[in-house]
Design a binder for this molecule. Structure first.
Ligand SMILES: [Zn+2]
Length: 118
């Protein structure tokens, strides 16, 4: 856990919609993993430096006790509102993001996802 990142010390998220039960809840942060790297332009005489990289969070819904896997790409040159983020599990249509298309097709077929939201 990163000591300079105060937000990771907070054990709960702000109000977040649970894609399992649909409730707006304060999710418990059960795990956090990041690949944040430090960048700078010191070599070319600039004092500019920044941190950038993906962060994965595993969250637990207190209402239904199911987990949500959430990913965002931290870039401290921008406000958090501008960072890209997505819920990997469960996604809005129940699909698993990032599956190779062949496996995704099988997954959708066996779970009848093609009939949902299409
Ligand atoms: Zn829930």
């Amino acid at each position: 856990m990163r000591k300079q990142d105060k937000s990771s010390w907070i054990k709960f998220t702000g109000l977040t919609k649970c894609n399992h039960c649909g409730n707006d809840v304060y999710m418990k942060k059960v795990a956090c993993y990041d690949q944040i790297k430090h960048y700078d332009l010191f070599e070319i005489g600039s004092d500019i430096s920044w941190q950038e990289g993906p962060v994965w969070r595993l969250l637990l819904c207190p209402a239904c006790s199911d987990v949500t896997l959430y990913k965002y790409v931290l870039d401290d040159r921008f406000e958090p509102d501008a960072w890209t983020n997505q819920t990997l599990y469960p996604s809005k249509d129940g699909a698993i993001i990032g599956l190779p298309s062949e496996i995704d097709k099988e997954y959708r077929a066996t779970t009848n996802l093609t009939t949902l939201n299409r």
